[in-house]
Design a binder for this molecule. Structure first.
Ligand SMILES: Cc1cc2nc3c(=O)[nH]c(=O)nc-3n(C[C@H](O)[C@H](O)[C@H](O)COP(=O)(O)O)c2cc1C
Length: 196
């Protein structure tokens, strides 16, 4: 009886310690399915994005590696009606999403080698983490380069050392939104990889 009791306790403890996936997982196969599930969303529902999801997306970005670990990124979360209206006036690629991440880098901090700043590269890794976490949370995003950085910097009163790298509209995809044809068109590895 004592043995059975100890066995039952062990089973209960193991079950309690087992990792729980409380997120809305997109897959059974982990990262590759998550990467496949993401696509550029260009039409959004107006349902607000929950603060916990925004926090989680920002946290995913915070974990990204950066050159020399200087973490030069600075992310503006545009979500007030004024900010959203302003960004939609400045680019047609904000797509009236309820949240737009304006990802910048600090030109004073970003590591520079041979005159070339790693700022955009750092921001791209941060943004990729954010984008995939948004997908994991059931949200749509689009990477956006179609805007004038100087106009955006001036409209949002950014300090001179915060250089806009890209925009990322984010929100729940409007009903029925499907990936564009581009999403299904990827070159074979034989065209983009060379072993030496
Ligand atoms: C660096 C970069 C810049 C992009 N700029 C824009 C943009 O300004 N507007 C837009 O609608 N999509 C933009 N995209 C989205 C791409 O068009 C899209 O990711 C690509 O066609 C593949 O489609 P998929 O994301 O659905 O797989 C950009 C993507 C990247 C990576």
């Amino acid at each position: 009886m004592k043995k059975f009791f100890l066995f039952a306790c062990a089973v209960v403890m193991l079950a309690a310690c087992a990792p729980k996936n409380e997120k809305m997982t997109t897959d059974e196969n982990g990262f590759m399915d998550l990467a496949r599930a993401r696509f550029a969303v260009r039409e959004y529902d107006q349902k607000p994005v929950e603060q916990e999801k925004i926090d989680s997306i920002l946290e995913a970005g915070r974990l990204a590696p950066t050159a020399k670990n200087v973490q030069p990124q600075h992310i503006y979360v545009l979500q007030s009606p004024e900010a959203i209206s302003k960004i939609n006036e400045l680019t047609h690629c904000a797509y009236h999403a309820p949240v737009v991440f304006l990802v910048c880098y600090d030109t004073d901090l970003a590591w520079t080698k041979d005159g070339e700043s790693s700022g955009n590269m750092d921001c791209s890794i941060v943004g990729t983490h954010m984008m995939l976490e948004a997908t994991e949370l059931g949200l749509g995003t689009c990477w956006v380069k179609w805007f004038e950085p100087a106009e955006v910097a001036s409209a949002f009163d950014l300090p001179a050392n915060h250089k806009p790298s890209f925009l990322m509209p984010c929100g729940y995809a409007a009903e029925g939104v499907k990936p564009s044809d581009h999403h299904f068109s990827r070159k074979p590895l034989s065209e983009t990889v060379t072993y030496k």
